[in-house]
Design a protein around this ligand. Structure first.
Ligand code: GLY
Length: 392
């Protein structure tokens, strides 16, 4: 960062897919943008599988999030086309479909209930397949597979290629990408006017906080209820590759455009513990082998850890939380899928002061206390007392 204060229109904290997609779209809208990225090795996107699957990630009580995810998937091809054209590079988008399978009687019962949820309550385009039909579509599946839910619209993208393309597109539009760990926000007259990193200050008309799992560690006027949820994930090299996104109750398996297979992921409340453990690897392989027995012959290439940025209700936080400060974080398991939609929403907010209707339920306002007499100006969010997560 320069020692001489500058005044770009927007400073984006975080150079992952969310921060970069926002930066790129703001540049396209004519803003001047600086992206500040701490280059955290455990940023979620570095190990993310890149599944674009409202069906796999749908959960009970998350109807609004599924609606948003469905819209995000529908809009993904247009985003990919525009990004690939600007960055002159491919990002591995493939509409492969997903197959969620049951491996025993207990899982079969749960899968039946899930099918009702996806089709009737959430109105997703899904079909029920018998075990033999699952294996016809995906011969690598174990004969123990009893049934499956097929979601033909689900897709995948390569998160590392996505970030590389967003960096390139951001640069080509004149955006500045800087390595910097932001410690706190600069304030004046009750307004956020920039960011501080060590002794340096960068002034900005608007600050966008898109720092993933680290969003809650930056000293800001509003304490954000964002915590890291650890995920361990394996990469394997295989001769025969699965053609679809495969998922059981415990794990998912699918191919990368690089030819590797991703097996993920644990879900652990361990704070910022970045250890890849034998237990985590065992848990993934045990269930992975039950689903795809041929995996026992595959080569283990990488064990990685990433931190999913997560709010108490597992839904994103998108919106203005203080004058001059917009947040776009806590995308939990859906960061890659929701990056383009989040970017559109933030551009709308910065340019026109309002969010699209589908994004409005995800403002941080949902955590402001209902009993707060000064609700709009309260700087305290009513959330379980998590405290600031400790940065390692
Ligand atoms: N979206 C996959 C995961 O969070 O593990």
């Amino acid at each position: 960062m320069t020692r001489r204060p500058r005044r770009p229109d927007v400073a984006v904290i975080g150079g992952g897919p969310i921060g970069l997609a926002i930066a790129w779209r703001l540049l396209r809208a004519g803003c001047t943008v600086t992206v500040l990225d701490a280059e955290e090795p455990e940023a979620a996107w570095r190990v993310s599988a890149g599944m674009l699957s409202p069906a796999i990630e749908a959960d009970y009580g998350q109807e609004q999030l599924v609606l948003l995810a469905r819209e995000a998937l529908a809009g993904y091809p247009a985003f990919v086309a525009m990004l690939e054209a600007e960055a002159a590079t491919a990002i591995g988008f493939r509409r492969v479909g997903s197959l969620s399978v049951a491996l025993d009687r207990d899982q079969l019962e749960a899968l039946r209930r899930r099918f009702q949820l996806l089709r009737q309550a959430l109105r997703l385009d899904v079909a029920w397949l018998r075990g033999s039909e699952c294996r016809e579509r995906e011969p690598l599946l174990s004969p123990r597979v009893a049934a499956g839910i097929h979601a033909p619209a689900d897709a995948q993208v390569d998160p590392r290629a996505l970030v590389a393309a967003l960096r390139e597109a951001t640069r080509r539009r004149g955006g500045l990408l800087r390595r910097a760990r932001v410690d706190s926000l600069a304030m004046a007259g009750g307004r956020v006017i920039g960011v501080r990193s060590g002794a340096e200050t960068l002034l900005a008309g608007t600050v966008v906080l898109a720092a993933g799992a680290w969003a809650g560690t930056i000293a800001s006027p509003v304490e954000l209820p964002v915590r890291p949820v650890k995920g361990q994930i394996l990469r394997l090299r295989a001769e025969a590759l699965p053609s679809m996104l495969l998922q059981s109750e415990q794990v998912y398996v699918f191919r990368r455009s690089s030819g590797e297979v991703v097996l993920g992921a644990t879900v652990e409340e361990q704070g910022f513990d970045s250890t890849a453990t034998a237990g985590g690897t065992f848990q993934l392989l045990e269930e992975g082998l039950r689903m795809v027995p041929a995996m026992s012959e595959w080569t283990l290439a990488e064990a990685g850890v990433g931190f999913r940025p997560t709010a108490p209700d597992n839904a994103p936080l998108i919106g203005e939380i203080a004058p001059g400060l917009v947040v776009a974080c806590a995308h939990h398991r859906n960061g890659i899928l929701l990056a383009p939609t989040t970017a559109e929403a933030v551009v709308r907010l910065v340019e026109h002061g309002q969010l699209p209707a589908l994004v409005a339920p995800f403002t941080p306002d949902r955590y402001r206390s209902r009993h707060d007499p000064d609700r709009d100006r309260s700087q305290r969010l009513a959330v379980p007392a998590l405290g600031r997560p400790e940065r390692h």
